[in-house]
Write a protein that binds this ligand. Structure first.
Ligand code: NAD
Length: 385
């Protein structure tokens, strides 16, 4: 993991970022996508009107980028403080939330000031929630530094922490005031994390945009290499997410489509004890997407050719696609079903899933029989043993 060299920084700076608006009435904001945005963050954040900004990050990301961000802010006269938490999912906890809230108060962050989340989805969810509750709500800016955070978690205002009862169970809707997706920050991201975020990029094509899925099949190498394709993938993903969020900010309907693959994925994460050495979220999503398509195929909804294409593409980029790919095993069909039942409301033995009639044709399926899911999982386990 290395910070990008100054020459690369200079070579990429200067181009106009792509602007993706998120239209939410008085909570509307812009997502800006481009290389080198971190060095222009100061004037863009100062333009929101604040005297001080607290940068919340994790220690890995802070070591790479916090100085550049605070230099840019200080150059515009904004006072800064940095709060760095331990990297990883365990930081989405009550203890770390208290540490961040007290850190913000100690840094004398007032209601008119700003919190800046500099990091992946963990930092974004944690800092966003701290911003939602400190002084009954402080504005915040997202500077996502993982591909997953740039295409998914930094957009849409879901913030929160985990409880011993489950993931993301304590939180708030709190929309950011601005999202700066500096795609050059992904140059230092480990390949495994890059792949994991890429599963969420592919998801947008699978939900309702078959042309984008085709585009991914053709251009994924450029996305990984950091060419213009990376900016395009991030901007297209943000546009897709912004459109869904604008239609259904609080997930009363359509926004559930974004959970394609996630019912299976959350069960796999639970089964592997949220241990990133075994599975990170995006890897679980990759397997979940393949399972959602194969399950749809088994129910006679989706052509086998499409399910094969989804798994083929994810495997080509190096993502896991089968239960058998989970290090240490994914568990029995019954155990997986139990894990799903904890995640989703099971009503009279039936679950809600996002299924697909083909690539780009996903829909919300209510009342899916638990027995059908069990039979499908048993088949998957048998076929791979
Ligand atoms: N709020 C939402 O809508 C939403 C949506 C999807 C996921 N999430 C949440 O996002 C979290 C996962 O986020 P994530 O995958 O970004 O994980 P993460 O935040 O844990 O980051 C992954 C790892 O990459 C490191 N890292 C981050 N940026 C880096 C960079 N530029 N260079 C080098 N290393 C870097 C981090 O230190 C960490 O170790 C989960 O908690 C999930 O629940 C939230």
């Amino acid at each position: 993991m290395t910070a990008p060299t100054p020459s690369r920084r200079l070579a990429s700076a200067g181009a106009e970022p792509v602007r993706v608006p998120v239209p939410l009435g008085e909570r509307s904001y812009d997502i800006l996508v481009g290389r080198g945005l971190i060095d222009e963050a100061g004037p863009r954040i100062a333009a929101l009107g604040c005297r001080a900004a607290a940068i919340v990050s994790d220690t890995t990301v802070a070591a790479l980028y916090a100085k550049r961000l605070s230099a840019s802010l200080q150059a515009t006269g904004v006072r800064t403080a940095t709060i760095a938490v331990a990297p990883g999912e365990l930081s989405k906890s009550y203890e770390t939330l208290a540490q961040v809230c007290d850190g913000l108060l100690a840094a004398r962050i007032e209601r008119s000031d700003l919190v800046v989340a500099l990091g992946g989805g963990v930092v974004g969810d944690l800092a966003g929630f701290a911003a939602a509750v400190v002084r009954r709500g402080v504005r915040f800016v997202q500077i996502p530094t993982t591909l997953l955070a740039q295409v998914d978690s930094s957009v849409g205002g879901k913030t929160g922490i985990n409880s011993p009862h489950g993931k993301n169970l304590v939180g708030a809707f709190h929309q950011p005031s601005l999202v700066l997706a500096d795609t050059a920050l992904l140059d230092s991201l480990p390949l495994r994390e890059m792949r994991a975020g890429y599963a969420e990029v592919v998801k947008y094509g699978l939900i309702d945009d078959p042309h984008f899925f085709e585009w991914c099949e053709r251009h994924w190498r450029g996305v990984f290499a950091g060419g213009p394709e990376r900016d395009e993938a991030v901007a297209r993903s943000c546009r897709a997410k912004a459109a869904v969020v604008a239609r259904d900010e609080r997930e009363d309907g359509d926004r559930a489509l974004l959970n394609l693959g996630h019912t299976f994925a959350h069960a796999l994460e639970r089964m592997t004890g949220y241990d990133p050495r075994r599975l990170v979220h995006g890897e679980a999503v990759a397997i979940g997407l393949c399972l959602a398509f194969r399950f749809s195929m088994r129910l006679g909804l989706c052509p086998g050719q499409d399910a094969g294409r989804v798994a083929g593409h994810l495997a080509t980029v190096g993502l896991p696609t089968r239960l058998a790919d989970v290090p240490g095993g994914a568990g029995s069909a019954d155990a997986l079903l139990d894990a799903m039942a904890q995640d989703k409301k099971v009503k009279d033995g039936a679950l809600t899933f996002i299924l697909a009639r083909g690539i780009g044709q996903s829909f919300i399926a209510r009342g899916v029989e638990a027995d059908a899911v069990r039979a499908f999982l048993e088949e998957e386990i048998l076929a791979q043993s």
